[in-house]
Design a protein around this ligand. Structure first.
Ligand code: 6GU
Length: 225
């Protein structure tokens, strides 16, 4: 999978060199490129934002700069993800859908967001014909300073679903029920008693059917709690 992210703060993406995502890049499963939006400005001040038409607080990110940054990235079958608190809420189902894409482009807005014409422009028929899809996405009902952290959240949730990224793919199968409203069961390891607290007896029974039943009961009871 190819991932591009466009941002005015490329350093936000440093953690992508760590852990499983860092490994996946070394292994060639993932190719992540971070682009500095300011490199696509054409004025001396490298300005990326301007005052909103119609008035109001804050600044809006300029369509021209975003167009220059995104044009070279918009290859056939790309998914353009515009990060905004007004977008559709990201969940496990969307992660699974996006994990099937060959190319994700994350547009990280700051300030009061990106000029609305950018999303409209790349949603046009001529792009759709090339398999290019545009989505506005939010990671939850709260406001962040910008889309960078949201892009990191999405990249982590999506890329761990790719074949070869996670060491033990069995963990993906077990957690695939998250979408159905099931949360995970509690886990324990040695010692059997810690600070006077014992591990639930059933987990020591060796009765795999009974353990599975106990776990799904607990998970179902906790769900939505
Ligand atoms: Cl994608 N952006 C910002 N600025 N705030 C958010 C968000 C995105 N998702 C939740 N809050």
């Amino acid at each position: 999978m190819d991932i591009d992210a466009v941002t005015i703060f490329p350093d936000y993406f440093a953690p992508l060199q760590l852990s499983l995502i860092g490994k996946a890049q070394e292994n060639g499963i993932l190719d992540i490129a971070i682009h500095d939006l300011r490199e696509f400005t054409d004025d001396n001040h490298h300005s990326v934002d301007d005052t909103p038409y119609g008035g109001g607080a804050g600044m809006v990110m300029k369509a021209e700069v975003w167009g220059e940054a995104l044009d070279p990235l918009m290859t056939p079958n790309s998914d353009l993800i515009i990060l905004t608190p007004a977008g559709r809420i990201f969940d496990q189902r969307m992660a699974e859908e996006l994990a099937n894409s060959s190319h994700l482009i994350f547009a990280c807005g700051r300030y009061e967001g990106i000029d609305a014409r950018v999303g409209e422009y790349y949603s046009q028929e001529s792009f759709a014909e090339q398999g290019i899809k545009v989505r506005e996405v939010s990671i939850g009902n709260y406001v962040l300073g910008g889309g960078e952290v949201a892009a990191l959240v999405m990249i982590e949730a999506i890329t761990r679903l790719l074949p070869g990224v996670i060491g033990n793919p069995d963990s993906l199968v077990e957690e695939s029920h998250v979408e159905d409203g099931f949360l995970e069961y509690p886990n324990y390891t040695k010692p059997q008693t810690w600070r006077g607290m014992a591990v639930p007896e059933i987990l020591l029974s060796g009765n795999h059917a009974a353990i599975a039943k106990w776990r799904s009961h607990i998970a179902a009871t906790r769900a939505g709690g």
